[in-house]
Design a protein around this ligand. Structure first.
Ligand SMILES: Cc1cc2nc3c(=O)[nH]c(=O)nc-3n(C[C@H](O)[C@H](O)[C@H](O)COP(=O)(O)O)c2cc1C
Length: 524
Protein backbone atom coordinates (compact mmCIF):
# COMPACT_ATOMS: atom_id res chain seq x y z
CA UNK A 1 0.00 0.00 0.00
CA UNK A 2 2.82 2.34 0.95
CA UNK A 3 4.47 1.68 -2.36
CA UNK A 4 1.24 2.42 -4.19
CA UNK A 5 0.83 5.69 -2.33
CA UNK A 6 4.44 6.57 -3.06
CA UNK A 7 4.00 6.11 -6.79
CA UNK A 8 0.89 8.33 -6.70
CA UNK A 9 2.98 11.23 -5.50
CA UNK A 10 6.32 10.45 -7.09
CA UNK A 11 7.14 13.04 -9.71
CA UNK A 12 10.36 13.03 -11.72
CA UNK A 13 12.91 15.56 -10.52
CA UNK A 14 12.00 19.14 -11.32
CA UNK A 15 12.70 22.65 -10.04
CA UNK A 16 11.70 23.28 -6.44
CA UNK A 17 10.38 26.75 -7.29
CA UNK A 18 9.62 28.76 -10.41
CA UNK A 19 10.11 32.42 -11.09
CA UNK A 20 7.38 33.08 -13.64
CA UNK A 21 8.91 36.43 -14.55
CA UNK A 22 11.94 34.57 -15.76
CA UNK A 23 10.18 32.08 -18.02
CA UNK A 24 12.26 31.48 -21.17
CA UNK A 25 10.73 33.25 -24.13
CA UNK A 26 8.59 30.89 -26.19
CA UNK A 27 9.76 32.78 -29.29
CA UNK A 28 13.18 32.23 -30.83
CA UNK A 29 14.57 35.40 -32.45
CA UNK A 30 17.75 35.69 -34.46
CA UNK A 31 19.38 39.10 -34.59
CA UNK A 32 21.52 40.18 -37.52
CA UNK A 33 19.69 38.36 -40.26
CA UNK A 34 17.22 39.55 -42.88
CA UNK A 35 13.51 39.27 -42.03
CA UNK A 36 11.08 38.29 -44.75
CA UNK A 37 7.53 39.47 -43.98
CA UNK A 38 4.88 36.94 -44.81
CA UNK A 39 1.44 37.63 -46.25
CA UNK A 40 -1.07 38.78 -43.60
CA UNK A 41 -2.47 35.80 -41.66
CA UNK A 42 -6.12 34.91 -41.23
CA UNK A 43 -6.94 33.91 -44.83
CA UNK A 44 -9.42 31.06 -44.96
CA UNK A 45 -9.72 28.27 -47.50
CA UNK A 46 -12.96 26.69 -48.66
CA UNK A 47 -11.88 23.13 -47.81
CA UNK A 48 -14.04 21.68 -45.05
CA UNK A 49 -12.63 19.49 -42.28
CA UNK A 50 -14.67 16.58 -43.69
CA UNK A 51 -12.94 16.94 -47.06
CA UNK A 52 -9.57 16.20 -45.46
CA UNK A 53 -10.74 12.56 -45.26
CA UNK A 54 -10.17 12.36 -49.02
CA UNK A 55 -7.03 14.37 -49.67
CA UNK A 56 -6.91 13.28 -53.32
CA UNK A 57 -10.09 15.33 -53.96
CA UNK A 58 -8.91 18.58 -52.36
CA UNK A 59 -8.29 21.39 -54.89
CA UNK A 60 -4.52 21.84 -55.21
CA UNK A 61 -3.35 25.40 -54.54
CA UNK A 62 -0.31 26.75 -56.37
CA UNK A 63 2.93 26.62 -54.43
CA UNK A 64 3.41 30.36 -53.96
CA UNK A 65 4.99 32.52 -51.30
CA UNK A 66 1.48 33.50 -50.04
CA UNK A 67 0.31 29.90 -49.80
CA UNK A 68 3.50 28.79 -48.05
CA UNK A 69 2.85 31.54 -45.49
CA UNK A 70 -0.68 30.24 -44.97
CA UNK A 71 0.59 26.71 -44.39
CA UNK A 72 3.07 27.98 -41.80
CA UNK A 73 0.38 29.96 -40.04
CA UNK A 74 -2.06 27.02 -39.92
CA UNK A 75 0.66 24.71 -38.65
CA UNK A 76 2.66 26.82 -36.18
CA UNK A 77 1.17 30.33 -36.18
CA UNK A 78 -0.60 32.14 -33.37
CA UNK A 79 -4.27 31.30 -32.88
CA UNK A 80 -5.18 33.82 -30.11
CA UNK A 81 -3.98 35.84 -27.16
CA UNK A 82 -5.43 35.28 -23.69
CA UNK A 83 -5.45 37.80 -20.91
CA UNK A 84 -6.12 37.47 -17.20
CA UNK A 85 -5.51 40.63 -15.20
CA UNK A 86 -2.05 41.91 -16.12
CA UNK A 87 -0.99 38.56 -17.61
CA UNK A 88 -1.13 38.01 -21.35
CA UNK A 89 -0.05 34.94 -23.27
CA UNK A 90 -0.39 33.67 -26.81
CA UNK A 91 -1.73 30.36 -28.06
CA UNK A 92 -0.80 28.65 -31.29
CA UNK A 93 -2.35 26.30 -33.79
CA UNK A 94 -0.03 23.58 -32.46
CA UNK A 95 -0.48 22.81 -28.75
CA UNK A 96 2.37 22.52 -26.29
CA UNK A 97 2.91 21.05 -22.85
CA UNK A 98 2.72 23.93 -20.39
CA UNK A 99 2.34 26.28 -23.39
CA UNK A 100 6.15 26.49 -23.37
CA UNK A 101 6.55 25.72 -27.09
CA UNK A 102 9.95 24.06 -27.39
CA UNK A 103 9.42 23.29 -31.11
CA UNK A 104 11.07 25.51 -33.72
CA UNK A 105 10.23 25.31 -37.44
CA UNK A 106 12.51 25.99 -40.40
CA UNK A 107 11.89 26.25 -44.13
CA UNK A 108 14.62 25.08 -46.49
CA UNK A 109 13.78 26.50 -49.86
CA UNK A 110 15.24 25.34 -53.16
CA UNK A 111 12.30 26.58 -55.24
CA UNK A 112 13.38 30.00 -56.53
CA UNK A 113 9.85 30.90 -57.60
CA UNK A 114 8.77 30.88 -53.94
CA UNK A 115 11.75 32.36 -52.06
CA UNK A 116 15.43 32.97 -52.74
CA UNK A 117 17.03 29.57 -52.02
CA UNK A 118 18.19 29.26 -48.43
CA UNK A 119 17.29 28.29 -44.86
CA UNK A 120 14.67 30.34 -43.00
CA UNK A 121 13.49 30.25 -39.40
CA UNK A 122 9.75 30.81 -38.86
CA UNK A 123 9.04 33.35 -36.10
CA UNK A 124 5.36 32.85 -35.35
CA UNK A 125 5.02 35.90 -33.09
CA UNK A 126 5.77 38.28 -35.99
CA UNK A 127 4.71 35.89 -38.78
CA UNK A 128 8.05 36.40 -40.54
CA UNK A 129 10.83 34.24 -41.88
CA UNK A 130 14.34 34.96 -40.65
CA UNK A 131 16.94 34.25 -43.31
CA UNK A 132 19.59 32.08 -41.66
CA UNK A 133 21.46 30.92 -44.76
CA UNK A 134 21.40 32.10 -48.36
CA UNK A 135 22.29 29.36 -50.84
CA UNK A 136 24.68 30.22 -53.68
CA UNK A 137 22.62 27.87 -55.86
CA UNK A 138 19.46 25.82 -55.43
CA UNK A 139 20.05 22.22 -54.30
CA UNK A 140 16.72 21.07 -55.83
CA UNK A 141 13.49 22.82 -56.86
CA UNK A 142 11.63 21.76 -53.72
CA UNK A 143 10.88 22.84 -50.16
CA UNK A 144 11.80 21.09 -46.91
CA UNK A 145 10.52 21.77 -43.42
CA UNK A 146 12.70 21.03 -40.40
CA UNK A 147 11.65 20.77 -36.75
CA UNK A 148 13.90 21.12 -33.73
CA UNK A 149 13.41 21.50 -29.97
CA UNK A 150 14.79 23.88 -27.39
CA UNK A 151 14.81 21.44 -24.46
CA UNK A 152 15.59 24.23 -22.02
CA UNK A 153 12.15 25.83 -22.50
CA UNK A 154 10.50 22.71 -21.07
CA UNK A 155 13.27 21.87 -18.61
CA UNK A 156 12.87 25.28 -16.98
CA UNK A 157 9.45 24.19 -15.73
CA UNK A 158 9.39 20.40 -15.82
CA UNK A 159 12.99 19.36 -15.11
CA UNK A 160 13.65 15.75 -16.03
CA UNK A 161 10.20 15.18 -17.53
CA UNK A 162 10.93 17.74 -20.18
CA UNK A 163 12.63 15.52 -22.74
CA UNK A 164 9.53 13.44 -23.34
CA UNK A 165 7.27 16.50 -23.39
CA UNK A 166 9.43 17.95 -26.16
CA UNK A 167 8.96 14.73 -28.14
CA UNK A 168 5.17 14.83 -27.60
CA UNK A 169 5.17 18.40 -28.88
CA UNK A 170 7.17 17.35 -31.95
CA UNK A 171 4.54 14.71 -32.75
CA UNK A 172 1.80 17.32 -32.37
CA UNK A 173 3.76 19.72 -34.61
CA UNK A 174 4.17 17.08 -37.32
CA UNK A 175 0.42 16.46 -37.18
CA UNK A 176 -0.34 20.18 -37.30
CA UNK A 177 1.92 20.54 -40.36
CA UNK A 178 0.32 17.60 -42.17
CA UNK A 179 -3.20 18.97 -41.60
CA UNK A 180 -2.16 22.49 -42.65
CA UNK A 181 -0.58 21.27 -45.90
CA UNK A 182 -3.64 19.13 -46.65
CA UNK A 183 -5.87 22.22 -46.52
CA UNK A 184 -3.97 23.43 -49.60
CA UNK A 185 -4.18 20.05 -51.36
CA UNK A 186 -0.49 19.47 -50.52
CA UNK A 187 1.20 16.56 -48.87
CA UNK A 188 3.95 16.28 -46.26
CA UNK A 189 6.46 13.48 -46.64
CA UNK A 190 8.51 12.57 -43.59
CA UNK A 191 12.14 11.97 -44.54
CA UNK A 192 12.40 9.33 -41.84
CA UNK A 193 15.68 7.81 -42.97
CA UNK A 194 17.73 10.90 -42.14
CA UNK A 195 20.18 10.96 -39.22
CA UNK A 196 19.95 13.62 -36.53
CA UNK A 197 23.48 14.80 -37.34
CA UNK A 198 22.30 15.68 -40.87
CA UNK A 199 19.22 17.57 -39.62
CA UNK A 200 21.62 19.46 -37.35
CA UNK A 201 23.61 20.62 -40.40
CA UNK A 202 20.51 21.42 -42.48
CA UNK A 203 18.97 23.64 -39.78
CA UNK A 204 22.27 25.30 -38.84
CA UNK A 205 22.09 23.90 -35.31
CA UNK A 206 25.79 23.05 -35.55
CA UNK A 207 26.62 26.78 -35.74
CA UNK A 208 27.27 26.62 -32.01
CA UNK A 209 28.63 30.17 -31.71
CA UNK A 210 25.21 31.43 -32.86
CA UNK A 211 23.30 29.89 -29.92
CA UNK A 212 23.46 30.34 -26.15
CA UNK A 213 25.08 27.11 -24.99
CA UNK A 214 22.31 26.12 -22.52
CA UNK A 215 19.53 27.05 -24.96
CA UNK A 216 20.63 25.16 -28.01
CA UNK A 217 18.25 23.38 -30.32
CA UNK A 218 18.17 19.65 -30.89
CA UNK A 219 17.20 18.09 -34.23
CA UNK A 220 13.82 16.37 -34.46
CA UNK A 221 12.32 15.79 -37.91
CA UNK A 222 12.78 16.67 -41.56
CA UNK A 223 9.86 16.77 -44.00
CA UNK A 224 9.48 17.44 -47.71
CA UNK A 225 6.58 19.41 -49.10
CA UNK A 226 4.77 18.06 -52.15
CA UNK A 227 2.40 20.53 -53.80
CA UNK A 228 0.29 17.56 -54.96
CA UNK A 229 -0.65 14.17 -53.50
CA UNK A 230 2.00 12.04 -55.23
CA UNK A 231 5.63 11.80 -54.20
CA UNK A 232 7.19 12.30 -57.61
CA UNK A 233 10.96 12.53 -57.13
CA UNK A 234 13.73 10.91 -55.12
CA UNK A 235 15.18 12.91 -52.26
CA UNK A 236 18.85 13.84 -52.67
CA UNK A 237 20.14 14.69 -49.21
CA UNK A 238 23.74 15.26 -50.24
CA UNK A 239 22.92 18.28 -52.41
CA UNK A 240 21.19 19.98 -49.47
CA UNK A 241 23.97 19.12 -47.04
CA UNK A 242 26.56 20.54 -49.43
CA UNK A 243 24.83 23.92 -49.61
CA UNK A 244 24.36 24.11 -45.83
CA UNK A 245 28.01 23.27 -45.24
CA UNK A 246 29.45 25.57 -47.91
CA UNK A 247 27.23 28.66 -47.76
CA UNK A 248 27.24 31.39 -45.13
CA UNK A 249 24.96 31.41 -42.08
CA UNK A 250 23.61 34.68 -40.70
CA UNK A 251 22.20 35.74 -37.34
CA UNK A 252 22.65 35.02 -33.69
CA UNK A 253 19.96 33.53 -31.46
CA UNK A 254 18.95 35.99 -28.76
CA UNK A 255 19.04 34.63 -25.21
CA UNK A 256 15.69 33.28 -24.08
CA UNK A 257 16.26 35.02 -20.73
CA UNK A 258 16.01 31.99 -18.44
CA UNK A 259 18.53 32.29 -15.64
CA UNK A 260 19.36 28.58 -15.80
CA UNK A 261 19.16 28.20 -12.05
CA UNK A 262 18.67 24.47 -12.32
CA UNK A 263 20.51 22.06 -14.57
CA UNK A 264 19.26 18.69 -15.71
CA UNK A 265 22.26 16.82 -17.14
CA UNK A 266 20.15 13.70 -17.64
CA UNK A 267 18.32 15.48 -20.47
CA UNK A 268 21.50 15.95 -22.47
CA UNK A 269 22.41 12.34 -21.72
CA UNK A 270 19.06 11.06 -23.00
CA UNK A 271 19.26 13.35 -26.04
CA UNK A 272 22.66 11.99 -26.90
CA UNK A 273 21.69 8.34 -26.25
CA UNK A 274 18.56 8.61 -28.39
CA UNK A 275 20.16 10.49 -31.30
CA UNK A 276 18.82 8.97 -34.49
CA UNK A 277 21.29 7.43 -36.94
CA UNK A 278 20.55 7.11 -40.67
CA UNK A 279 18.06 4.27 -41.17
CA UNK A 280 16.82 2.40 -44.26
CA UNK A 281 13.90 4.15 -46.00
CA UNK A 282 10.52 2.98 -44.75
CA UNK A 283 7.19 3.90 -46.27
CA UNK A 284 4.34 2.16 -44.46
CA UNK A 285 1.63 1.82 -47.11
CA UNK A 286 -1.98 1.90 -46.04
CA UNK A 287 -5.25 2.17 -47.87
CA UNK A 288 -8.10 4.61 -47.47
CA UNK A 289 -10.39 4.22 -44.50
CA UNK A 290 -14.04 5.16 -44.75
CA UNK A 291 -14.93 7.44 -41.83
CA UNK A 292 -18.42 8.59 -40.86
CA UNK A 293 -18.77 12.32 -41.62
CA UNK A 294 -17.86 14.67 -38.76
CA UNK A 295 -20.64 16.63 -37.12
CA UNK A 296 -19.04 19.94 -38.11
CA UNK A 297 -19.33 21.26 -41.64
CA UNK A 298 -16.83 24.01 -40.81
CA UNK A 299 -13.83 24.84 -42.88
CA UNK A 300 -10.70 22.98 -41.84
CA UNK A 301 -8.84 26.28 -41.38
CA UNK A 302 -11.57 27.48 -38.97
CA UNK A 303 -11.27 24.35 -36.82
CA UNK A 304 -7.48 24.53 -36.86
CA UNK A 305 -7.51 28.14 -35.67
CA UNK A 306 -10.18 27.54 -33.01
CA UNK A 307 -8.48 24.45 -31.52
CA UNK A 308 -7.87 24.94 -27.81
CA UNK A 309 -7.18 22.78 -24.77
CA UNK A 310 -10.10 22.62 -22.37
CA UNK A 311 -9.14 23.87 -18.91
CA UNK A 312 -12.16 22.20 -17.34
CA UNK A 313 -14.90 19.85 -18.49
CA UNK A 314 -18.59 19.68 -17.65
CA UNK A 315 -18.82 16.53 -15.53
CA UNK A 316 -22.60 16.51 -16.05
CA UNK A 317 -22.63 16.90 -19.82
CA UNK A 318 -24.90 14.84 -22.06
CA UNK A 319 -23.23 11.61 -23.22
CA UNK A 320 -20.75 12.02 -26.08
CA UNK A 321 -22.57 11.07 -29.32
CA UNK A 322 -21.81 7.54 -30.49
CA UNK A 323 -21.36 8.61 -34.14
CA UNK A 324 -18.68 11.10 -33.13
CA UNK A 325 -17.04 8.56 -30.84
CA UNK A 326 -16.86 6.00 -33.64
CA UNK A 327 -15.42 8.56 -36.04
CA UNK A 328 -12.70 9.50 -33.54
CA UNK A 329 -11.74 5.90 -32.86
CA UNK A 330 -11.46 5.33 -36.62
CA UNK A 331 -9.63 8.60 -37.22
CA UNK A 332 -6.73 7.54 -34.97
CA UNK A 333 -6.21 4.38 -37.03
CA UNK A 334 -3.49 4.68 -39.66
CA UNK A 335 -4.95 5.47 -43.08
CA UNK A 336 -4.07 7.29 -46.26
CA UNK A 337 -5.22 10.67 -44.95
CA UNK A 338 -3.61 13.49 -43.00
CA UNK A 339 -1.77 13.36 -40.71
CA UNK A 340 -0.80 9.74 -41.40
CA UNK A 341 0.44 10.53 -44.89
CA UNK A 342 3.34 12.09 -43.03
CA UNK A 343 3.97 8.99 -40.91
CA UNK A 344 6.15 6.25 -42.41
CA UNK A 345 6.24 3.69 -39.66
CA UNK A 346 3.82 0.93 -38.65
CA UNK A 347 1.59 1.91 -35.72
CA UNK A 348 2.85 0.74 -32.33
CA UNK A 349 0.81 2.76 -29.85
CA UNK A 350 -2.36 1.08 -28.49
CA UNK A 351 -5.15 3.01 -26.81
CA UNK A 352 -6.79 2.49 -23.44
CA UNK A 353 -10.13 4.26 -23.22
CA UNK A 354 -11.61 5.29 -19.86
CA UNK A 355 -15.28 5.73 -20.79
CA UNK A 356 -17.26 8.01 -18.45
CA UNK A 357 -20.17 9.28 -20.60
CA UNK A 358 -20.45 7.94 -24.13
CA UNK A 359 -23.84 7.25 -25.70
CA UNK A 360 -24.59 3.50 -25.79
CA UNK A 361 -21.43 2.44 -23.91
CA UNK A 362 -21.21 1.22 -20.34
CA UNK A 363 -18.77 3.27 -18.29
CA UNK A 364 -15.58 1.27 -17.93
CA UNK A 365 -12.11 0.59 -19.20
CA UNK A 366 -11.69 -0.41 -22.87
CA UNK A 367 -8.90 -1.15 -25.34
CA UNK A 368 -8.75 0.16 -28.89
CA UNK A 369 -6.12 -1.80 -30.83
CA UNK A 370 -4.25 0.07 -33.54
CA UNK A 371 -2.79 -2.15 -36.24
CA UNK A 372 -1.87 -5.02 -33.97
CA UNK A 373 -3.49 -8.11 -32.57
CA UNK A 374 -3.70 -6.32 -29.23
CA UNK A 375 -5.74 -9.04 -27.65
CA UNK A 376 -3.12 -11.71 -28.38
CA UNK A 377 -0.26 -9.39 -27.37
CA UNK A 378 -1.68 -7.70 -24.31
CA UNK A 379 -4.19 -10.14 -22.79
CA UNK A 380 -1.56 -12.54 -21.41
CA UNK A 381 0.34 -9.65 -19.86
CA UNK A 382 -2.58 -7.83 -18.27
CA UNK A 383 -4.74 -8.57 -15.23
CA UNK A 384 -6.51 -11.91 -15.51
CA UNK A 385 -9.66 -10.20 -14.20
CA UNK A 386 -10.18 -8.29 -17.45
CA UNK A 387 -13.07 -9.61 -19.51
CA UNK A 388 -11.77 -8.73 -23.02
CA UNK A 389 -15.41 -8.65 -24.14
CA UNK A 390 -15.67 -7.66 -27.78
CA UNK A 391 -17.97 -4.64 -28.14
CA UNK A 392 -20.02 -4.39 -31.33
CA UNK A 393 -18.36 -1.53 -33.22
CA UNK A 394 -17.22 -1.07 -36.82
CA UNK A 395 -13.68 -1.64 -35.47
CA UNK A 396 -12.05 -3.89 -32.87
CA UNK A 397 -12.91 -2.63 -29.39
CA UNK A 398 -12.71 -4.56 -26.12
CA UNK A 399 -14.21 -3.92 -22.73
CA UNK A 400 -11.77 -4.84 -19.98
CA UNK A 401 -13.68 -3.69 -16.93
CA UNK A 402 -17.24 -2.39 -16.44
CA UNK A 403 -18.07 0.30 -13.86
CA UNK A 404 -17.06 3.85 -13.08
CA UNK A 405 -13.40 4.54 -13.79
CA UNK A 406 -13.62 8.27 -13.13
CA UNK A 407 -11.68 8.26 -9.88
CA UNK A 408 -9.05 5.94 -11.33
CA UNK A 409 -8.60 8.16 -14.39
CA UNK A 410 -8.21 11.24 -12.20
CA UNK A 411 -5.78 9.65 -9.75
CA UNK A 412 -3.64 8.17 -12.52
CA UNK A 413 -3.48 11.54 -14.33
CA UNK A 414 -1.70 13.29 -11.43
CA UNK A 415 -5.07 13.92 -9.74
CA UNK A 416 -6.24 16.24 -12.54
CA UNK A 417 -10.03 16.65 -12.61
CA UNK A 418 -10.10 16.96 -16.40
CA UNK A 419 -9.45 13.18 -16.56
CA UNK A 420 -12.60 12.37 -14.56
CA UNK A 421 -14.92 15.19 -15.72
CA UNK A 422 -14.42 14.60 -19.44
CA UNK A 423 -16.66 12.27 -21.45
CA UNK A 424 -13.77 9.87 -21.94
CA UNK A 425 -10.05 9.88 -21.39
CA UNK A 426 -7.34 7.86 -23.02
CA UNK A 427 -4.02 6.30 -22.15
CA UNK A 428 -1.47 5.54 -24.85
CA UNK A 429 0.39 2.27 -24.37
CA UNK A 430 3.59 1.63 -26.28
CA UNK A 431 5.83 -1.45 -26.52
CA UNK A 432 9.22 -1.01 -24.89
CA UNK A 433 10.65 -4.11 -26.50
CA UNK A 434 14.27 -5.19 -26.66
CA UNK A 435 14.45 -3.14 -29.87
CA UNK A 436 14.70 -0.09 -27.71
CA UNK A 437 17.99 -1.30 -26.27
CA UNK A 438 19.42 -1.69 -29.75
CA UNK A 439 17.69 1.27 -31.37
CA UNK A 440 17.34 3.85 -28.58
CA UNK A 441 16.08 6.54 -30.98
CA UNK A 442 12.84 4.52 -31.10
CA UNK A 443 12.14 6.04 -27.69
CA UNK A 444 11.56 9.39 -29.43
CA UNK A 445 9.54 7.81 -32.22
CA UNK A 446 7.07 6.33 -29.71
CA UNK A 447 6.44 9.77 -28.21
CA UNK A 448 6.10 11.33 -31.69
CA UNK A 449 3.43 8.75 -32.52
CA UNK A 450 1.59 9.63 -29.29
CA UNK A 451 1.75 13.35 -30.17
CA UNK A 452 0.47 12.67 -33.67
CA UNK A 453 -2.50 10.73 -32.25
CA UNK A 454 -3.06 13.60 -29.82
CA UNK A 455 -3.24 16.13 -32.65
CA UNK A 456 -5.94 14.02 -34.34
CA UNK A 457 -7.90 13.89 -31.09
CA UNK A 458 -7.64 17.68 -30.67
CA UNK A 459 -9.04 18.44 -34.13
CA UNK A 460 -11.59 15.63 -34.13
CA UNK A 461 -12.88 16.87 -30.76
CA UNK A 462 -13.40 20.35 -32.27
CA UNK A 463 -15.15 18.76 -35.27
CA UNK A 464 -17.47 16.89 -32.90
CA UNK A 465 -18.39 20.14 -31.12
CA UNK A 466 -16.33 19.20 -28.05
CA UNK A 467 -12.80 19.90 -26.91
CA UNK A 468 -9.73 17.88 -25.91
CA UNK A 469 -6.70 18.32 -23.66
CA UNK A 470 -3.42 16.43 -23.65
CA UNK A 471 -2.19 15.09 -20.32
CA UNK A 472 1.55 14.79 -20.02
CA UNK A 473 1.45 14.37 -16.25
CA UNK A 474 0.42 10.87 -15.13
CA UNK A 475 1.76 8.17 -12.83
CA UNK A 476 3.04 5.55 -15.23
CA UNK A 477 3.86 2.91 -12.61
CA UNK A 478 0.36 3.22 -11.17
CA UNK A 479 -1.17 2.90 -14.68
CA UNK A 480 0.84 -0.28 -15.18
CA UNK A 481 -0.32 -1.49 -11.74
CA UNK A 482 -4.00 -0.97 -12.62
CA UNK A 483 -3.49 -2.89 -15.85
CA UNK A 484 -1.70 -5.70 -14.05
CA UNK A 485 1.42 -5.27 -16.19
CA UNK A 486 4.25 -6.98 -14.32
CA UNK A 487 7.22 -5.82 -16.34
CA UNK A 488 8.25 -2.90 -18.52
CA UNK A 489 7.40 -4.42 -21.91
CA UNK A 490 4.47 -1.99 -22.31
CA UNK A 491 4.57 1.55 -21.01
CA UNK A 492 2.02 4.30 -20.74
CA UNK A 493 3.44 7.34 -22.58
CA UNK A 494 0.67 9.93 -22.89
CA UNK A 495 -2.87 10.54 -21.68
CA UNK A 496 -5.69 12.50 -23.27
CA UNK A 497 -9.14 13.80 -22.42
CA UNK A 498 -12.19 14.67 -24.54
CA UNK A 499 -15.40 16.28 -23.33
CA UNK A 500 -17.67 19.31 -23.14
CA UNK A 501 -15.49 22.27 -22.15
CA UNK A 502 -16.37 24.79 -19.45
CA UNK A 503 -15.13 28.23 -20.41
CA UNK A 504 -13.34 30.38 -17.87
CA UNK A 505 -15.23 33.67 -18.13
CA UNK A 506 -12.40 35.52 -16.34
CA UNK A 507 -10.16 35.09 -19.37
CA UNK A 508 -10.29 37.66 -22.15
CA UNK A 509 -9.60 36.42 -25.69
CA UNK A 510 -7.88 38.63 -28.24
CA UNK A 511 -7.27 38.02 -31.95
CA UNK A 512 -4.07 36.19 -32.90
CA UNK A 513 -2.28 38.89 -34.85
CA UNK A 514 -3.91 42.05 -33.56
CA UNK A 515 -0.49 43.25 -32.34
CA UNK A 516 0.68 43.38 -35.98
CA UNK A 517 -2.45 44.78 -37.64
CA UNK A 518 -1.19 48.33 -38.01
CA UNK A 519 1.87 47.01 -39.85
CA UNK A 520 -0.31 45.27 -42.46
CA UNK A 521 -2.68 48.22 -42.78
CA UNK A 522 0.33 50.55 -43.36
CA UNK A 523 1.75 48.31 -46.04
CA UNK A 524 -1.48 48.08 -48.11
C1 LIG B 1 2.31 17.07 -24.57
C2 LIG B 1 1.25 17.87 -23.87
C3 LIG B 1 1.00 17.63 -22.51
C4 LIG B 1 0.01 18.38 -21.86
N1 LIG B 1 -0.27 18.10 -20.54
C5 LIG B 1 -1.27 18.76 -19.91
C6 LIG B 1 -1.65 18.39 -18.59
O1 LIG B 1 -1.08 17.48 -17.98
N2 LIG B 1 -2.68 19.09 -18.03
C7 LIG B 1 -3.34 20.10 -18.69
O2 LIG B 1 -4.27 20.69 -18.13
N3 LIG B 1 -2.99 20.45 -19.95
C8 LIG B 1 -1.99 19.80 -20.58
N4 LIG B 1 -1.66 20.11 -21.87
C9 LIG B 1 -2.34 21.22 -22.57
C10 LIG B 1 -1.41 22.43 -22.66
O3 LIG B 1 -1.35 23.06 -21.42
C11 LIG B 1 -1.90 23.38 -23.76
O4 LIG B 1 -1.68 22.76 -25.01
C12 LIG B 1 -1.18 24.71 -23.73
O5 LIG B 1 -1.50 25.44 -22.58
C13 LIG B 1 -1.55 25.55 -24.95
O6 LIG B 1 -2.93 25.76 -25.00
P1 LIG B 1 -3.80 25.35 -26.27
O7 LIG B 1 -3.68 23.86 -26.42
O8 LIG B 1 -5.19 25.81 -25.94
O9 LIG B 1 -3.21 26.03 -27.46
C14 LIG B 1 -0.70 19.39 -22.55
C15 LIG B 1 -0.44 19.60 -23.91
C16 LIG B 1 0.52 18.86 -24.57
C17 LIG B 1 0.78 19.09 -26.03
Amino acid sequence: MNNQLKCLNAYAKGPASLDWDDQPSPFRRFSGCEQVSLAPPGRSLDVSFAELDQPQNIPIQALTFENLALMLELAFGLSAWKQYGPDRWSLRCNPSSGNLHPTEAYILCGDEAVLPPGVYHYLSHDHVLQKRCLFSESPAAEILIGLSSVHWREAWKYGERSFRYCQHDTGHALGALAYAAACLGWRIELISEIADRDITVLLGLDQSDQFVQDEREYPDLLCRLHPQQEIATEFDLERWIKRCKQDTWYGKALALHGRHLYRWPVIDEVASLTAKPATPPERWQVGNKCLPKPLSTDKASTLIRQRRSAQQFNAKSQPFAMASFQRMMLAVQVSNKPPFQAWNWPPLVQLLVFVHRVEGLEPGLYVLPRGLDAKAELQPLMSQEFSWRSVGMPFEFYELLAGSVRQAAKTLSCHQSIASDCAFSLGMLAPFSEDLEHTPWMYKRLFWECGLIGQILYLEAEAAGYRATGIGCFFDDAVHGVLGLQDSRWQSLYHFTVGEPLEDSRLVSLPAYEHLHSQWIDST
